[in-house]
Design a protein around this ligand. Sequence first.
Ligand SMILES: C[S@@+](CC[C@H](N)C(=O)[O-])C[C@H]1O[C@@H](n2cnc3c(N)ncnc32)[C@H](O)[C@@H]1O
Length: 543
Amino acid sequence: MSHLSENANPLKVKNIKDRLTNCMPNSANVEFIILPYFKTIEEIPNKEDFHKDLYDFFNQANPNSTIAILCSPIFASDFCSLLNNNRAQLKLWIAVKLETPFLKKEGLVQRHAALLIFTRYKESLRHTKTRIAYTYCPFCHKTTKDYGGKKHLYHEFGTLMSDVWRDITVNFSSYPYDIVRRLQDLFGLLEYESVNIYDQRNYYRPVLRPAINYRRYSNIENQYPNHSVLINGDCFEELDKLPDNTIDFCFADPPYNLNKKYESWNDGIDIQTYFEWCDKWLNSLARILKPGRTLAVLNIPQWCIRHFRHLITIMDYQDWIVWEGLSMPVRMIMPAHYSILCFSKGRPRPLPGLAHQNHALLEKKAIETLSENYCIRSACMKMRKRLKHKDTEITSNLWWDIHRLKHNSRRVDHPCQLPPNFMYRLIALFTRENEIVLDPFNGVGTTTLTAHELNRRYIGIELSEYYYKLASERHREMEFGLDPFRKNGDAPKAKNSPVERLKKQKYQVSKKVLQLEVKNISKQLGRIPTRDEVAKFSKFPIN
Ligand SMILES: C[S@@+](CC[C@H](N)C(=O)[O-])C[C@H]1O[C@@H](n2cnc3c(N)ncnc32)[C@H](O)[C@@H]1O
């Protein structure tokens, strides 16, 4: 089995054949609803009635129930964006890998489904502590993730589970056995008895080949002067200065309102005010974008759902890319992914990154994804390259091979700068050479620097003078031939976590040997030993 749940009392499985509207889910259980994989909103039959059936089901469910819905990303975002929070709380959007990915017309390979986890209760999600097995690189056979020589400190079986499930897959034409098995254990708590499965795929069949009604725009495009700029200012004022239909790709990585410590921005405002603020800059970005081009917004899934609600009223849905950005999950079942919500202005043009073949090397690398489970240890990567071992594949809408910059020597003084590979990929996919990329929240310049390297023009707007200066400095460095993403000796001042790091210490006995010794004593005692117990049982002196 690919997961292991601690203290789980696996739930029974009940397959309920009836239509959702005839079911009365009134005792506390896990209710698992399986829907068809709708590829477009137009494929959803009688959308309002369908949503109402689901709302009614939510209303009847027991206040302690957990409700899981398996569906496509477009259905998930549309349904959640209209759901009233009083009916149920969306606790997690789990991205599950599709067994059979498919190519979206003129777009990316579609590779994930959404497993939405709702509860009727407001507190945090109740579930068992569940781990997924370590994976091993098919080339060097070491763990896919580099645990920095600390694997001995981790659980024998694997890591705690995140909200991207790639170790199992789902096929919408068959019974999702692996997901059911996982729900049985993940929610195998004493308060629940069964996972009740409502397979609704026959009751809500997709509308066959519906017409897609893209918004229509005139083909008039405005030309931006043939240069690039970094601007220190408020994006609202600066975007207002730009004419309609001017930009080839807008990318926004806004503050997420999650209390990050920015230099000149309060990242903890009232959530309603935050969303209204977002709607305003989304409107401006939609206005300045050329027809057929893409606006991509990066945010946590819950906030992207709210962006979806607004964007669907002014633009056309293009894709929902899942970016598994953490190198490893660290808490219980932890939100590890971000969403990149892509909307186009009218019918999207074919993705330039996939439609053109003559890419420069950097662009070619950006568009390729490292095949699953290959590690990124430099020795292994070098050997694979030397032996011409094929370890890449075409990028889909599920990204796992780019990790966030944490306390990393490549970071500069900003609490949440993006990794350059992330921006190379987005820009290479959505634009052509010499086109113009705009980022209204340019931070320390990841977007504009990568755009420059890929020979695109750019406009980067940043409110903070400090970050603007850091970005300008990095652009200057690049002009002098320095790599702005190089490792630098200084630890960045801006931190994501308030934990102070200890200085490196020297030990007579290696740290790993000592850690293993304490681990062994713990095993013998069945708990973490006290200092006195370590002194008593260890073969090393306590000092
Ligand atoms: C999540 S960070 C972007 C980081 C950037 N992607 C990078 O890699 O450096 C959001 C940025 O938006 C800036 N910001 C906040 N409000 C702004 C506004 N009204 N106009 C322009 N920038 C703003 C913040 O100062 C912060 O640097």
